[in-house]
Design a protein around this ligand. Sequence first.
Ligand SMILES: *Cc1c(COP(=O)(O)O)cnc(C)c1O
Length: 394
Amino acid sequence: MKKQDQSTHFETAAIRTQLDRSQYAEHSTPLYLTSGFTFDDAEEMRASFAEEKERNIYSRFTNPNTSEFVEKVCKMEGAEAGYAFATGMSAVFSTLAALLNSGDHVLSARAIFGSSHTLFTTFLPKWNIKTSFFNSDGLDQLEDLVQPTTKIIYAESPTNPGVEILDLQRLGDFAKKHGLLLVIDNCFATPYLQQPIQFGADLVIHSATKLMDGQGRVLGGVTVGAADLIRTIYLFSRNTGPALSPFNAWVLSKSLETLAVRVDRHCENAITVAEFLEGHAAVDWVKYPFLRSHPQYEIAIKQMKAGGNIIAFQVNGGIKAGQNFLNALTCCSLSANLGDTKTIVTHPASTTHSKLPEQDRLAVGISDGLVRVSVGLEHPDDIINDLQQALAKI
Ligand SMILES: *Cc1c(COP(=O)(O)O)cnc(C)c1O
C-alpha cells in the first residue's frame, strides 16, 4: 500500500488523484467499461441499495472512472462533492431541474451560453419557473430584480461569445445577503484560472467538452459544490439518467492531467494574438480579459490567473466583412466547438445567434462584425499569419 500522497498543488492533484489500483497495479487508470457491478450475496446488495455501504451499483449512478474524474474536478475547484454528466448542457439542465421548484424565480446574467439562455426562456417556464436577466455591467440592478421567490443566481464569466467579465465577489456577496444559491458556469476559465467557490459560489458547472478535454474528442459535463446540494442533484440524476459514459470519463480524467500546461500555453498564445489584433487597422475593437483595454480588466486580473483562450473582436464592415474574413482563413478552423488544440473561429451574428432579433443580439454584445476566436496550441506566428492574411481580404 502506497503512503497517502501529501501533495497539495493543483497540478499534482490533477495527476495524482486516482482510484485504488486493481490487483495488476497498473500505473494509468484502467477503463471500467461496465454497466453494472456484482454483489457477493443478497445482504451486500441490500446494504448497497440502502446506501449503508458506499460502492458502485450501476454506472448510471456511479462508476469508478466517473468518480475519479469528479474527484479531480472537486480538488481543482475546492468543492466538497460533484456529479459528472454526458454533456455540459445536461449538467446545466439537471442542476437547475434538481434544485428549482414550480413557482421559483431565477436571476440570470443575460450573456450566457445560447442553450442555457433557451433553457431559461423556453423550457423552464413549462414548469412555472421564471427568469429575469441582468446585464454583465449592471450588477446594481440586482437589488431591483430580486423577488421573494428568487432561489438561484446564474452567471458565466468570461461570457460566451462576448468575453465580458462579471464580478464574482459581488455576485457572491449579493447571493449571501439574500440567501440565494450562486451557480457559476466556469467553462471559459477552467478551475486552473478561476475558482468561483472562493468568491461565494455554491455550485460550479463545466462543459468538460471544452478546455477540460481540450482536444475536441468527447462531450462531458460536471457540477461540483456543496455536498447537500450535490446530493439533491445526484438523486435527480441517478433517476433521470444524464450520466457521463465511463469511456468519456476516462478520457477526461486523463485530459485533466495536462490541463495546467495546456491552459498556460493557450493563454500565452491568446494574449499574443489579442495584442496583434488590437494593433490592426481592419479591427475596430478587441476584447480579451487580460488586455488593459478590456472594460472589466481590473475585475479580470483580480479573479483570474490569466485571460483564457477566447478573444472577441470586431472587423470593420459588418456581417459581410465577418463572413469574408472567415472564408479567407486557411489554417484556423470554422467549427462550433471551442477550447480545442486547434484554433477555431466563429461569426456569431451569421450562425449561432442569427435567429435572435437584432436588438437582443446587440444587447448581449454580438454586433454584426463580431468574431470569436478560440486560440489553440499551434505556433502563435502561424495563427497570427492566418488572421493577418484573412484580414487583408475583408
Ligand atoms: C459549450 C458550453 C456549454 C454546453 O456544453 P456542451 O458540452 O456542449 O453541452 C455550456 N456553457 C458554456 C459556457 C459552453 O461554452
